[in-house]
Design a protein around this ligand. Structure first.
Ligand code: TYC
Length: 104
């Protein structure tokens, strides 16, 4: 489907734009590793994902024990920027912390 298919309806030929919509919202996930400090992950969750301290700690422990965890849900462009910001901040501080995004 290329979005230009003719659709017949009686005498009338219409060319209907087919919109390929990507999902509205994406989950941003943090991944566990053995080297990033717990304090740094809590700081990331507070400063980049606007979590309150207790919630940031809860998410960090969930990632630590379960391998990955939900940091937030955002429209595509914002999710992408959050992932980049996490990775940039981690690298600046010498940590291998990873973040990924997936459709909600
Ligand atoms: N596992 C890390 C440690 O024991 C802590 C950690 C938590 C690292 C969450 C990454 O996304 C992460 N220091």
């Amino acid at each position: 489907m290329d979005g230009t298919d003719r659709q017949t309806g009686g005498e009338v030929l219409e060319r209907t734009k087919q919109k390929t919509k990507r999902p509205e919202l994406y989950k941003v996930l943090l991944l566990n590793d053995d080297y990033t400090t717990m304090d740094f992950v809590v700081e990331v969750l507070e400063s980049i994902f606007n979590k309150a301290p207790a919630e940031a700690y809860r998410i960090m422990i969930a990632v630590h024990t379960q391998g990955k965890g939900l940091a937030g849900v955002y429209p595509y462009d914002i999710a992408e920027t959050k992932v980049e910001t996490v990775i940039d901040r981690a690298r600046e501080n010498g940590f291998p912390l990873k973040a990924t995004m997936e459709p909600e």
